[in-house]
Design a protein around this ligand. Structure first.
Ligand code: PEP
Ligand code: MN
Length: 260
C-alpha cells in the first residue's frame, strides 16, 4: 500500500503541505510562506481563501481578493500554492490566477452535486485536485467524489484524510478512524493519500502523534496548518503551529521509513 511517489507533488517525500488555515492578510500569508520556503522539506503552500464554516458569523475568507497574495507567494518563493474550492466560480477564479493545486473540503465532499459542479468546471484541464474525506464517516461519498473527478479526465488526484465527525467524545477534534482511511486505499490503491493531522487533532499538542501514525501507515504526506501567531489566528487557532515549530520540532521529531 505504499503510495509515496506522486510526481506532481515533487520528489521529496513525505510531501509536506503547510500554511495557514485562512489567508488573513497579505502580510500574514507572505510571512508564513517565506519562513516555510527556507526549508526544502516543504512541498507546497496552503491557505484557505473561501472558508465554509459550520456556524455563521465566523470569518469565511476574503475570496477572490486574496488570490493575488497566493500569486505573490508562488512568484517570491517558488512554492506551488493550493487552496480550497467549493463551487465552479471558485474553480474559474483559481484557474485565472494560476493556483497550482486545488482541494475540495470536507463540507463539500458530502454533496455530490457540488462535487460534480467542480468536476465539470475542471473538464479539459489537468490541474491537481486533492479530495478531503467527507465530514461524515461515509467511504462511498469519498470514493464517489474521486470518481467524479476521474470521469472528467483528471489524472492528478489525491485524497486527504482529515478525520470524521463523531458523537463519541475523544481527544481528537475529528475521529481519525484509521481503518476507514485504510479501506479507502484498498479500494483505490492508485490514489495517493495525504493526512491532515491539523483537522484530526484540533490541538497542536496532538499533531505529532497523528502525523507519526500517518507515516507509519505509509501515507504519502502531511498537510499541516501553520500560522505566524497561532493564538491570534482568525480560524482554527488551537491547532496551528508556527513555521519554526513545524520545522524544528514537529517535522524534526518524526520517524520517516526509508522507501524501498
Ligand atoms: C481547512 O483545510 O482549513 C478546512 C476547513 O478543512 P476541512 O474541510 O477538512 O474541515
Ligand atoms: Mn482549518
Amino acid at each position: 500500500m505504499n503510495n509515496s511517489n506522486v510526481s506532481w507533488l515533487g520528489k521529496n517525500t513525505p510531501y509536506i503541505i503547510a500554511g495557514p488555515c485562512s489567508a488573513e492578510t497579505e502580510e500574514q500569508v507572505l510571512q508564513t510562506a517565506h519562513e516555510l520556503a527556507k526549508d526544502p522539506r516543504i512541498t507546497a503552500f496552503r491557505a484557505g481563501i473561501w472558508k465554509p464554516r459550520t456556524r455563521p458569523n465566523n470569518f469565511e475568507g476574503h475570496g477572490t481578493m486574496a488570490l493575488p497574495w497566493l500569486q505573490r507567494v508562488k512568484a517570491e518563493t517558488g512554492l506551488p500554492v493550493c487552496t480550497e474550492v467549493a463551487n465552479a466560480a471558485h474553480v474559474e477564479d483559481c484557474l485565472k490566477h494560476g493556483v497550482d493545486i486545488l482541494w475540495i473540503g470536507a463540507r463539500t465532499t458530502v454533496n455530490p452535486f457540488s462535487v460534480q459542479e467542480i468536476a465539470d468546471a475542471l473538464r479539459g484541464t489537468d490541474i491537481p485536485v486533492m479530495v478531503k474525506n467527507p465530514v461524515t464517516p461515509d467511504l462511498q461519498l469519498w470514493l464517489g467524489a474521486i470518481e467524479r473527478l476521474h470521469n472528467v479526465g483528471l489524472t492528478k488526484i489525491a485524497a486527504i484524510h482529515r478525520g470524521f465527525s463523531s458523537l463519541e467524545k475523544t481527544a481528537y477534534r475529528n475521529a481519525p478512524l484509521w481503518s476507514l482511511a485504510i479501506d479507502f486505499r484498498v479500494q483505490m490503491p492508485e490514489i495517493p493519500m495525504i493526512c491532515d493531522p491539523s483537522h484530526i487533532a484540533g490541538k497542536a499538542n496532538l499533531l505529532s502523534e497523528v502525523s507519526q501514525m500517518a507515516l507509519d501507515l505509509d501515507m504519502a504526506g502531511l498537510m499541516i496548518e501553520t500560522h505566524p501567531n497561532p493564538p491570534a489566528a482568525w480560524s482554527d487557532a488551537a491547532q496551528q503551529v508556527t513555521p519554526h515549530v513545524l520545522l524544528t520540532e514537529l517535522l524534526a521529531g518524526l520517524t520517516v521509513k526509508q522507501s524501498n
